[in-house]
Design a binder for this molecule. Structure first.
Ligand SMILES: [Zn+2]
Length: 249
Protein backbone atom coordinates (compact mmCIF):
# COMPACT_ATOMS: atom_id res chain seq x y z
CA UNK A 1 0.00 0.00 0.00
CA UNK A 2 1.12 3.48 -0.83
CA UNK A 3 0.30 6.94 0.39
CA UNK A 4 -0.44 8.81 -2.82
CA UNK A 5 -0.02 12.58 -3.08
CA UNK A 6 -1.08 14.29 -6.29
CA UNK A 7 -0.22 17.88 -7.20
CA UNK A 8 -2.72 18.76 -9.91
CA UNK A 9 -4.51 21.74 -11.40
CA UNK A 10 -6.96 22.11 -8.50
CA UNK A 11 -4.41 21.67 -5.71
CA UNK A 12 -3.22 18.67 -3.73
CA UNK A 13 -5.08 15.39 -3.26
CA UNK A 14 -3.95 12.71 -0.82
CA UNK A 15 -5.12 9.14 -0.73
CA UNK A 16 -3.92 5.57 -0.69
CA UNK A 17 -3.05 3.35 -3.62
CA UNK A 18 -2.90 -0.42 -3.80
CA UNK A 19 0.04 -2.09 -5.49
CA UNK A 20 -1.93 -2.72 -8.66
CA UNK A 21 -3.00 0.89 -8.90
CA UNK A 22 0.57 2.11 -8.28
CA UNK A 23 1.82 -0.25 -11.01
CA UNK A 24 -0.77 1.09 -13.44
CA UNK A 25 0.25 4.67 -12.63
CA UNK A 26 3.94 3.92 -13.29
CA UNK A 27 3.13 2.19 -16.59
CA UNK A 28 0.91 5.11 -17.71
CA UNK A 29 3.57 7.63 -16.68
CA UNK A 30 6.21 6.00 -18.87
CA UNK A 31 3.78 5.66 -21.79
CA UNK A 32 3.16 9.40 -21.54
CA UNK A 33 6.87 10.19 -21.36
CA UNK A 34 6.68 11.52 -17.79
CA UNK A 35 9.76 11.36 -15.56
CA UNK A 36 9.81 8.67 -12.86
CA UNK A 37 12.30 8.20 -10.05
CA UNK A 38 12.29 5.36 -7.51
CA UNK A 39 13.15 5.87 -3.85
CA UNK A 40 15.25 3.51 -1.68
CA UNK A 41 12.15 3.13 0.56
CA UNK A 42 10.39 1.44 -2.37
CA UNK A 43 8.33 4.42 -3.53
CA UNK A 44 8.28 6.53 -6.66
CA UNK A 45 7.93 10.12 -7.77
CA UNK A 46 6.26 10.88 -11.11
CA UNK A 47 6.72 14.41 -12.47
CA UNK A 48 5.67 16.21 -15.62
CA UNK A 49 5.10 19.72 -16.88
CA UNK A 50 1.88 21.05 -18.35
CA UNK A 51 1.98 23.95 -20.75
CA UNK A 52 -1.12 26.01 -20.11
CA UNK A 53 -2.33 28.81 -22.31
CA UNK A 54 -3.72 32.12 -21.14
CA UNK A 55 -7.04 33.65 -22.35
CA UNK A 56 -5.30 35.06 -25.45
CA UNK A 57 -4.12 31.59 -26.35
CA UNK A 58 -0.51 32.60 -26.75
CA UNK A 59 0.98 33.06 -23.28
CA UNK A 60 2.16 29.62 -22.26
CA UNK A 61 2.50 28.99 -18.54
CA UNK A 62 4.49 26.05 -17.25
CA UNK A 63 2.72 24.15 -14.50
CA UNK A 64 4.59 21.44 -12.61
CA UNK A 65 2.59 18.32 -11.77
CA UNK A 66 3.54 15.32 -9.69
CA UNK A 67 2.33 12.12 -8.11
CA UNK A 68 4.29 10.78 -5.18
CA UNK A 69 3.88 7.17 -4.06
CA UNK A 70 5.24 6.61 -0.59
CA UNK A 71 5.10 3.04 0.81
CA UNK A 72 3.19 2.65 4.08
CA UNK A 73 5.82 0.03 4.99
CA UNK A 74 9.18 1.37 3.75
CA UNK A 75 11.63 -1.23 2.48
CA UNK A 76 14.45 -0.16 4.82
CA UNK A 77 18.08 -1.19 4.41
CA UNK A 78 18.60 -4.36 2.39
CA UNK A 79 21.58 -6.41 3.57
CA UNK A 80 23.57 -8.51 1.11
CA UNK A 81 21.87 -11.66 2.50
CA UNK A 82 18.40 -10.16 2.11
CA UNK A 83 19.20 -9.12 -1.46
CA UNK A 84 20.29 -12.69 -2.21
CA UNK A 85 17.03 -14.05 -0.77
CA UNK A 86 15.00 -11.54 -2.79
CA UNK A 87 16.85 -12.42 -5.99
CA UNK A 88 16.21 -16.10 -5.30
CA UNK A 89 12.47 -15.43 -4.95
CA UNK A 90 12.37 -13.18 -8.03
CA UNK A 91 14.21 -15.70 -10.18
CA UNK A 92 12.02 -18.75 -9.50
CA UNK A 93 8.45 -18.80 -10.71
CA UNK A 94 7.73 -21.83 -8.50
CA UNK A 95 8.27 -19.81 -5.32
CA UNK A 96 5.52 -20.42 -2.75
CA UNK A 97 4.89 -20.80 0.95
CA UNK A 98 5.53 -24.28 2.31
CA UNK A 99 5.52 -25.82 5.77
CA UNK A 100 8.53 -27.23 7.54
CA UNK A 101 8.35 -28.61 11.10
CA UNK A 102 5.03 -26.84 11.49
CA UNK A 103 6.43 -23.45 10.50
CA UNK A 104 5.96 -21.38 7.36
CA UNK A 105 8.95 -21.20 4.99
CA UNK A 106 9.45 -19.75 1.52
CA UNK A 107 10.36 -22.51 -0.92
CA UNK A 108 11.39 -22.70 -4.55
CA UNK A 109 11.99 -25.75 -6.70
CA UNK A 110 15.36 -26.56 -5.15
CA UNK A 111 15.75 -24.22 -2.18
CA UNK A 112 14.15 -23.03 1.04
CA UNK A 113 14.41 -19.90 3.15
CA UNK A 114 14.39 -20.62 6.92
CA UNK A 115 11.23 -19.88 8.92
CA UNK A 116 12.71 -16.95 10.85
CA UNK A 117 13.87 -15.17 7.68
CA UNK A 118 10.58 -15.99 5.97
CA UNK A 119 8.70 -14.29 8.83
CA UNK A 120 10.90 -11.21 8.52
CA UNK A 121 10.49 -10.88 4.73
CA UNK A 122 6.75 -11.23 5.21
CA UNK A 123 6.55 -8.69 8.05
CA UNK A 124 8.52 -6.20 5.97
CA UNK A 125 6.01 -6.65 3.12
CA UNK A 126 8.83 -7.59 0.73
CA UNK A 127 6.88 -10.57 -0.59
CA UNK A 128 3.24 -10.95 -1.59
CA UNK A 129 1.11 -13.95 -2.40
CA UNK A 130 -0.53 -14.11 -5.81
CA UNK A 131 -2.75 -17.15 -6.13
CA UNK A 132 -0.68 -20.05 -4.84
CA UNK A 133 2.67 -18.54 -5.69
CA UNK A 134 4.82 -15.94 -4.03
CA UNK A 135 6.55 -12.99 -5.63
CA UNK A 136 8.36 -9.80 -4.66
CA UNK A 137 6.18 -6.85 -3.72
CA UNK A 138 6.37 -3.70 -5.82
CA UNK A 139 8.04 -1.88 -2.90
CA UNK A 140 10.73 -4.58 -2.75
CA UNK A 141 11.38 -4.33 -6.50
CA UNK A 142 11.54 -0.52 -6.54
CA UNK A 143 13.61 -0.41 -3.32
CA UNK A 144 16.08 -2.97 -4.68
CA UNK A 145 16.55 -0.99 -7.86
CA UNK A 146 16.90 2.37 -6.10
CA UNK A 147 19.43 0.88 -3.68
CA UNK A 148 21.45 -0.51 -6.61
CA UNK A 149 21.59 2.98 -8.11
CA UNK A 150 22.78 5.27 -5.34
CA UNK A 151 24.12 8.34 -7.08
CA UNK A 152 26.40 11.07 -5.80
CA UNK A 153 28.21 14.17 -6.99
CA UNK A 154 31.61 15.35 -5.82
CA UNK A 155 32.43 18.67 -4.18
CA UNK A 156 33.79 21.12 -6.75
CA UNK A 157 37.47 21.85 -6.15
CA UNK A 158 36.69 25.57 -5.83
CA UNK A 159 39.45 28.17 -5.68
CA UNK A 160 42.93 26.77 -6.02
CA UNK A 161 46.45 28.01 -6.59
CA UNK A 162 47.73 26.65 -9.89
CA UNK A 163 51.04 24.82 -9.88
CA UNK A 164 54.06 26.36 -11.60
CA UNK A 165 53.60 24.25 -14.70
CA UNK A 166 49.93 25.11 -15.11
CA UNK A 167 49.36 26.80 -18.50
CA UNK A 168 46.72 29.00 -16.86
CA UNK A 169 48.99 29.86 -13.94
CA UNK A 170 49.15 33.53 -14.75
CA UNK A 171 45.37 34.00 -14.88
CA UNK A 172 43.39 35.93 -12.31
CA UNK A 173 46.25 37.94 -10.89
CA UNK A 174 43.99 40.86 -10.05
CA UNK A 175 41.26 38.98 -8.20
CA UNK A 176 40.18 40.60 -4.92
CA UNK A 177 39.70 38.94 -1.54
CA UNK A 178 43.07 37.21 -1.36
CA UNK A 179 42.36 35.27 -4.53
CA UNK A 180 45.02 36.92 -6.64
CA UNK A 181 46.72 34.31 -8.78
CA UNK A 182 44.09 31.71 -8.01
CA UNK A 183 41.77 29.83 -10.35
CA UNK A 184 38.31 28.50 -9.76
CA UNK A 185 37.26 24.98 -10.69
CA UNK A 186 33.49 24.46 -10.32
CA UNK A 187 33.52 21.02 -11.94
CA UNK A 188 31.75 18.15 -10.22
CA UNK A 189 31.76 14.44 -11.00
CA UNK A 190 28.51 12.47 -11.24
CA UNK A 191 28.65 8.81 -10.23
CA UNK A 192 26.37 5.88 -9.55
CA UNK A 193 26.99 2.83 -7.37
CA UNK A 194 26.05 0.61 -10.36
CA UNK A 195 29.23 1.76 -12.09
CA UNK A 196 27.44 2.65 -15.33
CA UNK A 197 27.52 6.41 -14.76
CA UNK A 198 30.70 8.43 -14.62
CA UNK A 199 29.89 11.89 -15.87
CA UNK A 200 31.37 15.31 -15.42
CA UNK A 201 29.42 18.52 -14.91
CA UNK A 202 30.78 22.04 -15.37
CA UNK A 203 29.09 22.81 -12.04
CA UNK A 204 27.42 20.84 -9.29
CA UNK A 205 23.91 21.56 -10.64
CA UNK A 206 24.90 20.08 -13.97
CA UNK A 207 26.38 17.01 -12.23
CA UNK A 208 23.14 16.60 -10.24
CA UNK A 209 21.18 16.75 -13.49
CA UNK A 210 23.34 13.92 -14.84
CA UNK A 211 22.62 11.73 -11.80
CA UNK A 212 18.90 12.54 -11.97
CA UNK A 213 18.78 11.69 -15.69
CA UNK A 214 20.53 8.38 -14.95
CA UNK A 215 18.03 7.45 -12.18
CA UNK A 216 15.15 8.36 -14.50
CA UNK A 217 16.56 6.28 -17.35
CA UNK A 218 16.95 3.28 -15.03
CA UNK A 219 13.36 3.65 -13.76
CA UNK A 220 11.91 4.07 -17.26
CA UNK A 221 13.75 0.98 -18.54
CA UNK A 222 12.57 -1.09 -15.56
CA UNK A 223 8.94 -0.01 -15.99
CA UNK A 224 9.00 -0.60 -19.75
CA UNK A 225 10.45 -4.07 -19.25
CA UNK A 226 8.55 -5.30 -16.18
CA UNK A 227 5.42 -3.21 -15.58
CA UNK A 228 4.28 -1.94 -18.96
CA UNK A 229 2.03 -4.94 -19.57
CA UNK A 230 -0.38 -3.67 -16.91
CA UNK A 231 -3.18 -2.08 -18.94
CA UNK A 232 -4.56 1.31 -18.01
CA UNK A 233 -8.14 0.65 -16.85
CA UNK A 234 -10.95 2.32 -18.76
CA UNK A 235 -12.38 3.57 -15.48
CA UNK A 236 -10.09 4.88 -12.78
CA UNK A 237 -10.49 3.04 -9.47
CA UNK A 238 -8.31 5.23 -7.36
CA UNK A 239 -9.05 6.15 -3.75
CA UNK A 240 -7.87 9.65 -4.55
CA UNK A 241 -10.92 10.29 -6.67
CA UNK A 242 -9.54 10.02 -10.18
CA UNK A 243 -5.93 9.64 -11.21
CA UNK A 244 -6.87 9.31 -14.86
CA UNK A 245 -8.03 12.91 -14.69
CA UNK A 246 -5.09 13.98 -12.52
CA UNK A 247 -2.55 12.69 -15.00
CA UNK A 248 -3.93 14.79 -17.78
CA UNK A 249 -4.95 17.79 -15.67
ZN1 LIG B 1 23.14 3.39 -11.74
Amino acid sequence: MYRETIHHAAGVTEGTAHERHATMLLASAVRRGYAVEFTPAGGALITWTRHLFGPGGNSAVRAERSISLEPLTPVGALSATTRLDLNLIAGDRHTRYAEKDGRRVIAGLTWQIPAFTTARLRARRLVVEEGDRLRLSLTARLGLLAQQHRTRTTDPRGWYRPSAGDPYGVAGLNRPGGRAGMLRDGGSAAMCSCGALSGWGGGRDEARRLTRDHRRAVAAAFIAEHLASVPAPAVSRCDCGGCAECMTG
